[in-house]
Design a protein. Sequence first.
Length: 292
Amino acid sequence: MDLDIRRMRYFVAVAEECSFVRAASRLYMTQPALSRQIRALEEDLDVVLFLRDRQGTVLTRAGHQLLEDARPMLAMAQAVQQRVRTANREVNQFTIGFMPGVIVTPIVREFARMAPQLDIDVVHTSVTDQVDFLLDGRVDVCYVRLPLPEGMFEVVPLFPEPRVVALSSEHPFAELKAVHVEDLRDMTLLQDPRDVPEWRGRVPLDPVAPPGDAGRFPATIEECLQTVAFGSGCYVMPAGMAGFYRRDDVVYLTLEGVAPRMVALAYSKHRTMPELLQFAELSRRMLGPGPD
């Protein structure tokens, strides 16, 4: 039995909206037609994906697993279409993803000299969407901060990056240059605690809360920093990002007692484009650790 990509897209819409009615509106189809498609998918898989009652539509355990796998699968399907269309063009395009705190201009300039046959583009990404850009084909290669999902990407570690904590400029620690993670036990961490395994402070938010739930973390780094500025918590980030998000009402202190975050280069495992290896070797030479 082959999975129907169209039905998978319908399933993801219902899962994200937590409602057949809202999902049908989003998909520009009728609710009964959408329900038939989801029932057909459940029959194909021989599982129940949603529990439906007066309070709404919730995922079953099988539904949660399918949602976890469906998103990257749909992104990969989109990437296939995009790369096929790109391959049909006369000009060979090579897109590089970069993020705040990683200076790539010298590398891109040198690579352009080495590969004049390529039309090189550079795209800004972030820690929160770096995987999406790789999966859906918007970039051929991307500078990332680990970890990434295992088994999906070729990863070239480049250098470890210390981490800092963002605090309100009104916080008693604001005049310090560094603080230990244990000294922040009384604060609220405004991100998934899995990002900071050493964290032992307060985490009142639910990392698996459904979309729209008041218990979810702030959606963007900008929203997190706004909350930090209000004095309602703290946010941990790689040191290289602090300069990019500089603001007067937030201070960044070196955070001791936590592991650094590894900066790496990543690209999809199944790609065979020879320029990927060439770019990876150049990045390793220009950003990686020097000889012992």
